[in-house]
Design a protein around this ligand. Sequence first.
Ligand code: PEP
Ligand code: MN
Length: 264
Amino acid sequence: MTNSSELKTWLNDFQLAHPLVIAGPCSAETEEQVLKIAHELKDSDVSILRAGIWKPRTRPGGFEGVGEIGLKWLKRAKDETGLLIATEVATANHVKLALEYEVDVLWIGARTTANPFAVQEIADALQNTDKIVLVKNPVNPDLSLWLGGIERLYNAGIKKLGVIHRGFSSYEKTKYRNIPEWQIPIDLRNRFPDLPLICDPSHITGNRNMIQEVSQQALNLNYDGLIIETHIDPDNAWSDAAQQVTPVTLKQICKDLVVRKKND
Ligand code: PEP
Ligand code: MN
């Protein structure tokens, strides 16, 4: 990755929306849930609707996602609201299906970024795509592994790239679900200043009461965007209930953020 200046061009399409806000449920649960959230987020600061269809659960037994049918719901949400749609892919088959249903933004989850074989498989399946691809940091605080994932995609001809900082796991109990270790994404940005950097305060905090504070910290560090888990009924969400906010709260969070003008 020698010339990274082309990497930021896709973000310019969202120039009027700074920071870029991606929001939506941790998981797509029902068609009604996806559509309701999408309609509530339409006409807000949100540009991209997120929802997980295939959920990589750390331990078996939890809700593992609705699968392919969720892509149909997302596509309908896109057609009805005009929002771009984003989902997580972890295998070549996920990529194939996501492309069939016109998903605009594909993200690679933290557990997948930690696995070079899986990232390579995704990169090969996406070869030369003009879709936006976002790479979450690996679960462990390893900058090289994160950079390696980005390079595998870049080398496969994918140019609309960005990264998501979602914090790093630790055996110690802290106030965070995943410790931010802000220096790691800052080091990454120093290496690739034009790679859009998005903060995921939901997975960093694991706690809806801390979303505002961590989002503001990210903006103070000149992050380009935020991805915030948003659900119509957070307490009854099928995954990550404690960290999701309602669309009303999400809009308030966006309103309360102090945003520095770009290039200030
Ligand atoms: C998610 O975005 O819902 C998710 C599973 O995130 P992560 O890969 O950061 O754990
Ligand atoms: Mn989640």
